[in-house]
Design a protein around this ligand. Sequence first.
Ligand code: NDP
Ligand code: OXD
Length: 313
Amino acid sequence: MLLLHLSDVDEASWGARLKEELAPYPVVRRGETYDPADIRYIFVWKPKPEAFDGLTGLKAILSLGAGVDALLKHPKLPRDVPIVRFVDDDLSQRMSDYVVAHVTMHHRLYTRFRADQKARRWSQLYPPAASQTTVGIMGMGVLGQDAAKRLLALGFTLRSWSRTPKQIEGVEGFAGQDTFDAFLSGTDILVNLLPLTPETAGILNYETFGKLRRNVLEGGPVIINAARGGHQREADIVRALGDGTLAAASLDVFETEPLPEQSPLWDLDNCYITPHIAAISSETTGVRYFSRIIREHEAGKPLINVVDRSLGY
Ligand code: NDP
Ligand code: OXD
């Protein structure tokens, strides 16, 4: 039996479509009548404290999110049950849409020309060619690789930073803490697509910003964070945007969400805020993906896209 435990999304709609797709396999929602011991799979997003109570027969936890940092912190998360996260072409495409939009906006010096327009100032300044502009992607997993592929097609120079080495055509790969400074020193636009783990928390800080390349983009380097708010130190971003260490920042995620009304980030003309909407898990592809996982696992196949709990992603 599959149990849905989805907060902040339309659980009823997901439930109806999963029931249809998986029939005759039983699917239940919270509030319906079932014996918790009969639950083999639980499909979660932002699970409440009691979510896993009594689920003694669980075979897998299915995460609607690609990122599992919050789930891994759940105080009653069953220890030995595998967690399958969402990996999906549609999700990757949506994230790349966000990344490409913000990279191209900053590459074409949007902040500068917007300010000129407001001041009625005609000031010709030519942005560098895409090929002269290096985009550095932190996190070269599913989403990082998709974004890199799309940015390469637009002619940007690409480099990446990951935990283990990567060989991707057209992308200069850096791996491990020892290479972090070298990676930053040639990066004009820094894109964060890392998972949030103890190793990556707070990585977007003032010291990091000071190591980025300054002489290619007019006004200085730029950061784009579409991963998790826990990666960024917002006080450092405010400082860096104010003193010119950063020319601009695009932020989709925040230390506290929703971003509090009193946050100084709201008022900065060179800070581009979106409310954690860079990429949403699609119901249509999600229902197909998780139904396939359950069907195949019930047929004896191994689970795919299983989270490595020791690494935290
Ligand atoms: P993956 O697990 O596929 O990729 C993670 C990448 O980060 C890997 O390349 C991994 O290295 C690298 N990495 C992990 N730890 C470190 C480290 N300590 N140092 C250097 N590199 C490291 O994740 P996805 O691409 O699927 O997703 C990335 C994140 O995007 C999610 O965790 C989630 O937080 C966020 N997200 C945000 C959304 C939004 O709407 N804002 C939507 C969806 C996801 P290696 O390859 O060597 O393992
Ligand atoms: C995710 C997210 O991790 O939406 O999938 O943030």
